[in-house]
Design a protein around this ligand. Structure first.
Ligand code: UD1
Length: 421
């Protein structure tokens, strides 16, 4: 299995182009199932999860064509020829559950494997199912699969989510575009990826309002048509690379970055004493002289501090001046990077959903490994300023979510290489 070797190599200087958002692309792609006309997505990141989604959609009958090395994908689902999303694919990627709503909306039937647990927590799909049931679907769980039927089609309904789930909001939003009547989603997730999905669905002819707020209203239409849509910038990739000069020193411009994608995150960086400025082309982050300030972080749904940046922030706070407390409220098991950072010399104490990090002068390189995407990248960031060598194994996690990571960081002067075994 490949690994990544990082050597602390002094300040980083240069620019990094931010790719299209993985999490937006993973919800935009299943929207092809809502129409018999082609959906063209541009600014698609070249990632393992996109390949997996292509495989999943192909298995359902979508014709997939890629251009510009995969940055443009044309998805054509003239007909859904198979309504079963198999365990073999769904287990690789939880976002596969997003084919459920669209298939049910278009053809009144879908069978999708239950995603099961994952490294960062149990992650049930009860909210997705409750929403579809409220819209008239009959759902049975049999032998690990969700069997959903909507005879005569889905009907508009008012759905009150007990938690603002990103995936459940996306599934119901897509399903409601072809339902009869009006659907109102209360306590909807407000993430920029939801707004991007709604923008794309509107281009396809859907009638949606309120996306980006806690109440989304969808007026069902008979048919959607083809469209072309650019994937929004990846705010998590942006937030990750914003920390590279903070940890290693230097100044890096993040091309395509916008503060409004990461408002509360930028506020937290400001509190830590980190300078972020908007430029014509994106955002510029400049390291400060000396250690950053310790800060307390609580992860929350958007517009709060993103759970997907908690691990990276912890890596930065390992060398802050003072003690920081990080509270994880979205996932129950999302501190798996902490023991690995401790192996690099960090002072971290984890109790349940809270991690207390007392800054040390410098981390030391070590062989480390992580069991999820964001945890893996936090170890790469930590390695940028650690003394000696850090070897991060299980690189396939990074391949799922960071396009050309080695190339992007080394273009700013990082000493980083992939070791193929
Ligand atoms: C999405 C993102 C992921 C991010 C997360 C939170 C994608 C592909 N993934 O995941 O990167 O970390 O949002 O910002 O976009 N829950 C339930 N029942 C449900 C659904 C969710 O209890 O039916 C719980 C989950 O177990 C979790 C919490 O709600 O504890 C948040 O999950 P959700 O917002 O649905 O995240 P995902 O869509 O899975």
């Amino acid at each position: 299995m490949d690994s990544i070797l990082v050597k602390g190599n002094g300040p980083l200087n240069g620019e990094i182009a931010i790719s299209g958002a993985k999490n937006a692309a993973l919800t935009l792609m299943p929207a092809t199932l809502l129409t018999d006309e082609p959906l063209t997505l541009t600014n698609v990141p070249r990632l393992l999860d996109i390949k997996t989604t292509n495989e999943l959609l192909s298995s359902l009958g979508t014709e997939v064509a890629m251009m510009q090395e995969g940055q443009i994908i044309v998805l054509d689902t003239n007909q859904i020829t198979n309504h079963t999303a198999h365990y073999d694919i769904v287990r690789k990627m939880r976002a596969s559950i997003l084919v459920l709503g669209p298939m049910l909306a278009r053809d009144g039937k879908a069978i999708v494997s239950l995603p099961g647990g994952c490294a960062i927590g149990a992650r049930p799909v009860d909210l997705h199912l409750q929403g579809l049931e409220a819209m008239g679907a009959t759902i049975e769980l049999k032998e690990g699969y969700i069997h959903a039927v909507a005879k005569g089609g889905l009907k508009g309904a008012t759905i009150d989510f007990s938690f603002a789930s990103v995936g459940a909001t996306e599934n119901i939003l897509m399903a409601a575009t072809l339902a009869k009547g009006t659907t109102v989603i209360n306590n909807a997730a407000r993430e920029p990826e939801i707004v991007d999905l709604a923008d794309c669905l509107r281009k396809m002819g859907a009638q949606i309002s309120g996306d980006g707020s806690p109440t989304i209203t969808i007026q069902g239409v008979d048919k959607l048509h083809g469209a072309t849509h650019p994937v929004v910038a990846d705010r998590i990739e942006l937030g990750t690379y914003m920390l590279a000069p903070v940890i290693a020193g230097g100044e890096v411009e993040l091309l395509g970055g916008r503060i409004n994608l990461l408002h509360s995150y930028c506020e937290k960086l400001d509190e830590a004493g980190i300078s972020v400025t908007e430029t014509k082309r994106g955002l510029k982050v400049t390291s400060r002289n000396g250690r950053i300030n310790a800060v307390n972080v609580v992860t929350e749904p958007f517009p709060g501090f993103p759970t997907d940046l908690q691990a990276q922030m912890m890596a930065a706070l390992c060398t802050a001046n003072g003690t920081s407390v990080l509270e994880e409220t979205i996932f129950e098991n999302r501190f798996m990077h902490a023991p690995e950072l401790i192996r690099m010399g960090a002072n971290i104490d984890v109790h349940g959903g809270t991690a207390t990090v007392t800054g040390v002068n410098r981390l030391k390189g070590a062989p480390v490994m992580a069991t999820d995407l964001r945890a893996s990248v936090s170890l790469i960031l930590a390695g940028l300023a650690a003394s000696g060598e850090t070897i991060v194994s299980r690189v396939y996690h990074l391949d799922r979510g960071y396009e050309r990571l080695v190339r992007k960081l080394s273009s700013c002067g990082a000493n980083i290489e992939r070791i193929t075994s």
